[in-house]
Ligand binder design. Structure first.
Ligand SMILES: Cc1ncc(COP(=O)(O)O)c(C=O)c1O
Length: 442
């Protein structure tokens, strides 16, 4: 095998082979130009926004869709629409992006975390019930990296305790669970159109539901508490507390153009994942992403887990992980870490500094919630020992087959020369994510 790039060899992946994201086509230009020519750049009922809402509702097979300016806004509207309020609790996964938890706080509610299933990396349904209290009102289920969570099990628990199910499908536009597109399975779905996503528009979000009441309430939150009017004119009457979460027309135009290509992008992701899976399954000690047969994955992120015992590595997990990461980067693989500790370890939760002097935790009658990051061992183990193959600029779903094949061989090259990687690459000595680090944040 060729010399490692970290030892002066030629990188396995030439930079010119990488395809950068986002990919914009003639359709984006056409729709954006249409907006510029129209002179209509914004409006709650503007034509691109309305068309996007109709097209995405049809794509998902749901009744209602509201276009907004971020995935976080869509999540907040979902939390508000199901009636969550101050002092209530909302359950979500310890492994996600921060907004899955802070969306509850935007409504004055308290996030409660649950550890992940070590195979799917999604919330572990077996551990949800132990976190439910009489203040719990909703579960925000995250389809992390594009793999649908265990919706049947989660919806059964939600029904038993009368909880709303909000799907955080920010990373999973187009993924299916038992033949149904995610986002339309629970009570409400929220999508992010942030530039890094398979379905993107720079920034933006989409709220979806089949429930008319949720739709009406969410729309008031989108726009200053105003009610939707049949004649599509604004009333300027606030019926509740609302924000300005409207999506601009240029964003909606790009989103429409991108939606037209979403299935193609997702198929490309699945083809690329299959190529990588085939190469990696021949190597002992590396686990490609798992996808149960009853669902489809759109590989927003392609995360590989390293089994250091099988790889014969004796270094600390995070040190070995970082050495492999640097060796892969030297080979030209855009490998990254995404999230390195459980969400509850963020200083926000450790210090409980929300609004003012500790709201929402300080809300009268709220249950005292403690955030001990060590209660999430599966999340910690995963994040200490895994790497995402593909970066925000060069994600797996944008690449050609040839490029991901080169990535696969680069991974093989690095893992077949692990002794050399461990000896050659220097990374700062560090503790794997552990209590010592956390207590210093308090
Ligand atoms: C899982 C998850 N939830 C929520 C969000 C928030 O979306 P946005 O950045 O559009 O507000 C993101 C992405 O940014 C995400 O990855």
């Amino acid at each position: 095998m060729k010399r490692l790039a970290i030892s002066g060899g030629v990188p396995a992946v030439p930079k010119a082979k990488l395809v950068s994201w986002p990919i914009l086509t003639a359709k984006d230009w056409e729709l954006v130009t249409e907006v510029l020519k129209s002179g209509v750049l914004a409006g709650a009922f503007a034509p691109q926004v309305k068309a996007l809402q109709a097209e995405f509702a049809e794509y998902l097979g749901v009744q209602y869709c509201i276009a907004v300016n971020s995935g976080t806004a869509a999540l907040h509207m979902a939390v508000a629409a199901v009636g969550v309020g101050p002092g209530d609790e909302v359950i979500t996964s310890a492994f996600s992006f921060l907004a899955s938890a802070t969306a509850a706080m935007h409504q004055g509610a308290i996030p409660v975390f649950v550890d992940i299933d070590p195979k799917t990396y999604n919330i572990d349904p077996q551990r949800i019930e132990e976190r439910i209290s009489d203040r719990t009102k909703a579960i925000i289920v995250v389809h992390i990296h594009g793999l649908p969570a265990d919706m049947d099990e989660i919806c059964t628990i939600a029904k038993k305790y009368n909880l709303a199910v909000i799907e955080d499908a920010a990373q999973a536009a187009g993924s299916t669970y038992k033949g149904k597109k995610v986002g339309g399975i629970g009570d409400i779905g929220a999508f992010s159109l942030n530039q890094t996503k398979n379905f993107q528009a720079g920034e933006g979000g989409l709220f979806v539901t089949n429930e008319r009441d949720y739709w009406l309430r969410a729309d008031m939150v989108r726009m200053f508490g105003e009610q939707i009017r049949e004649d599509e004119r604004r009333s300027y009457i606030a019926h509740t507390l609302g924000w300005n979460y409207r999506m601009p027309e240029l964003t909606a135009a790009i989103a429409r153009a991108q939606l037209a290509r979403l299935d193609e992008i997702n198929e490309n992701a699945q083809r690329n994942a299959a190529i990588l899976n085939d190469i990696l399954k021949k190597i002992d000690g590396i686990e490609p992403p798992f996808c149960p047969p009853d669902r489809t994955h759109i590989y927003h992120k392609y995360r590989v887990r390293l089994r250091f015992d099988k790889l014969g590595v004796r270094e600390k997990d995070t040190v070995a992980r970082d050495k492999i990461l640097l060796a892969l980067q030297a080979e030209g693989v855009p490998a990254v870490l995404w999230q390195t500790f459980p969400l509850p370890a963020n200083p926000l939760f450790q210090k409980k500094e929300g609004f003012g002097k500790g709201f929402p935790w300080s809300f009268p009658g709220a249950r005292a919630i403690e955030y001990d990051p060590l209660e999430f061992p599966e999340t910690i183990k995963l994040l200490n020992s895994s790497i995402v193959i593909g970066s925000e600029k060069y994600p797996v779903f944008a690449q050609s087959a040839e490029t991901v094949e080169l990535w696969g061989y680069a991974i093989e090259k690095v893992l077949h020369n692990l002794d050399e990687v461990m000896e050659t690459v220097e990374v700062p000595e560090q503790e794997p994510f552990a209590l010592g680090e956390i207590t210093s944040l308090r």
